[in-house]
Write a protein of this length. Structure first.
Length: 256
């Protein structure tokens, strides 16, 4: 009995930790990025990631949470910016955050001094971190663990606001990552691509912060369903598309 309770508690804690976009979302970001890579960049990246590819590498940083060797990356999935403030290193986790880790990884990949194994790991982390920063609840206020503490009912099932945005909204569409990526790519005009790739990571944080209030616009009974989906899925689509296009811009700069 004690063993069963322990397993249940660990499972509950694991579920509440928050994983950025769910598997589909992270793979969508990688798939979109592939479309906008130069031929040279795509070839270089495929060699580094083989036998994986860009879309499938997007979830690696979540998968390594089960390996204690990567415990140092646990806090790299989010960044804390209280309401009305800007990024402040002093309020971040001592072990790091998504924004700082992203910048350090980009610098390291550009240096061309990494071992083959470390370059592959950093490239996988880059794919994931770009996605995470575009999930608005990963740019949290520091008050409710990025919405993990906000209990809600999603389509009749218990959930929390963070999980709704990580995966519930996306999974409700019942699309594969390739189907969703293709659908989103149809709206990516050259002007949008140029505009989005011109924005620096610090601006990505500002965009996420501006979206946060709309994410918390939930009914008093905290029952979320088709109305919430209808009003918010366009934001999900926008953020996934932005992340994919911006990831491609960074990768072209490094490997193109």
């Amino acid at each position: 009995m004690v063993r069963i309770i322990t397993i249940l508690l660990l499972t509950f804690s694991f579920q509440q930790a928050g994983f950025g976009w769910g598997q589909t979302g992270h793979r969508v970001v990688g798939k979109i990025a592939e479309k906008y890579l130069s031929k040279r960049a795509l070839n270089n990246i495929n060699k580094i990631l083989w036998p994986a590819n860009l879309p499938m590498s997007g979830t690696w940083m979540d998968e390594i949470r089960s390996d204690t060797a990567y415990d140092y990356t646990y806090t790299w999935h989010w960044v804390t910016i209280p309401e009305g403030q800007s990024f402040d290193p002093d309020v971040q986790e001592p072990s790091g955050n998504a924004f700082t880790a992203l910048q350090q990884i980009i610098t390291a990949l550009k240096s061309d001094t990494l071992s083959a194994q470390k370059e592959q790991e950093y490239l996988k982390m880059l794919v994931h971190l770009v996605g995470d920063i575009h999930q608005p609840l990963h740019v949290g206020t520091g008050q409710d663990r990025g919405g993990n503490d906000v209990r809600v009912d999603w389509m009749g099932n218990p959930s929390n606001l963070h999980r709704v945005w990580d995966s519930d909204l996306i999974d409700s569409k019942q699309l594969s990552y390739t189907e969703l990526a293709h659908y989103l790519e149809l709206r990516a005009t050259p002007d949008l691509k140029k505009q989005w790739q011109a924005a620096l990571p610090g601006q990505w944080l500002e965009e996420a912060m501006k979206l946060r209030s709309s994410l918390y616009d939930i009914p008093e009974d905290r029952k979320l369903g088709y109305q919430y989906l209808f009003h918010n899925f366009p934001l999900v689509e926008q953020q996934l598309l932005k992340a994919g296009i911006r990831l491609a811009g960074i990768l072209n700069e490094i490997y193109g």
